[in-house]
Design a protein. Structure first.
Lengths: 225, 225
DNA sequence: ACTTGTCTACTTGTATACAAGTATATTACC
DNA sequence: GGTAATATACTTGTATACAAGTAGACAAGT
């Protein structure tokens, strides 16, 4: 059902359960429609039902799990509307953030962004695809924190699982290439203080999920609701 | 600690606890810094600790409660940054929403908005302040749903408790007057399909919290962190 | 006066038993 | 064969006992 990972030191049972369950759903080991049995998870992970339940309820808020009282909890199908709304939220917020950064970013912060991009190019060149996804998320997180909006990131983050699942399913191979060049162009625009360009580039950047979505809708229509 | 309200029919223990606890914090019956004792709440509300804990964890995500393991859970102080971030999120999203509505709103939906405003004016004229707050929230919710963004509303909603607390503390009396006239102007702009005006009006409208914030920071500086 | 250890009374985190509802298979009956 | 009642084996929701950690009171010793 879900692989039994290693419990990190100092990690509470709830965080442990959330981490493994979340990973399993996002990388599609647990497919839409799969039953999430509290008892089975409890046995597999070696913790009681209480922390399992807490993890399930968090993922329910991210709309990755659907809970039906007295019937069961299931991995949520990929919802067309949920993906579109998550995309809208993220695009709207992050476009505003880069515009704000055009005014207030520091030289030091700009340097950190370019460092991150250099790493992106390295992973890209060595075809380390999961590393690219990881550092892509890190790049966007940096924009929030540099803008003093860490709480906003945490909130928007809960909706991003929708994208991550699409990406895990998609084979669209030039995506990573585009992502990295997008990041570079956006950072250049921020460095130039060009709000209009930075905002427009971010909006365009965060519309790229549509290609993944269309591809996955054709290759795995059964995963959608 | 918290008043023992009536448990609605069909309401689960968790929802019941969340409702009462949430109300008590937002209307400032439970003041920042107050201890939220799971055991005491359990006794007061007549439900076990499990649903109480689930409610507490939800409010923790809304940043209305801070949980310190093995030490206690407390009503969160009003955080300057948390308020500003919640305001940014809401303003950004709802400005985009009214712009989108300029293109796609229907005549029927416009009618519903004006009906709501008529009710706002009625409550305003009869000085039913809590009713104004209730229907104000309803107006904004309608904008999300008309735009097909109910999920987005649910997510943004979790951050709005920050405002509600400020409003409960503020005595700023012309606020409600301004709110209603803002709503009317925004709706008029949407009806005219004027994106620029609608967006600008919404942005201005959602900056009004600043007056409440400044007033409360002076009258109750001890509630802030 | 001041430290230091200990005891007590809390706190949240976790495990587990039980309650209540649902879907399915099985059995009894026509 | 077909149908309805009934076990039965699940599910999540809730209650409760216990584990582990923290803070403060308080007394003993220096």
């Amino acid at each position: 059902m879900v692989r039994k990972g290693e419990r990190l030191t100092g990690e509470t049972a709830k965080v442990y359960a959330l981490r493994l369950l979340s990973e399993s759903i996002i990388n599609m080991e647990l497919k839409p429609g799969a039953l999430i049995s509290e008892n089975e998870l409890s046995r597999t992970l070696g913790v009681s039902r209480t922390p399992i339940r807490e993890a399930i309820h968090e993922l329910q808020k991210s709309r990755l799990i659907e809970v039906f009282p007295q019937r069961g909890s299931y991995v949520a199908p990929i919802s067309f509307e949920a993906v579109e709304e998550a995309a809208f939220l993220r695009r709207t917020v992050e476009t505003a953030i880069v515009e704000e950064l055009c005014d207030k970013i520091t030289k030091k912060q700009l340097g950190e962004l370019y460092e991150n991009i250099a790493l992106q190019e390295y992973y890209l060149g060595n075809e380390m695809s999961d590393k690219v996804m990881e550092i892509d998320n890190e790049f966007h997180k940096m924009l929030y924190t540099m803008c003093g909006k860490k709480r906003t990131y945490d909130l928007v983050r809960t909706a991003m699982g929708q994208f991550d699942r699409l990406r895990a399913l998609s084979l669209y191979s030039i995506r990573d290439l585009k992502i990295v060049s997008d990041h570079k162009a956006i950072t250049d625009a921020i460095a130039a203080g060009d709000k209009e360009t930075a905002g427009a580039l971010m909006t365009k950047h965060l519309m790229r999920y549509k290609l993944d979505k269309e591809e996955v809708m054709k290759s795995h229509p059964d995963y959608f609701k």
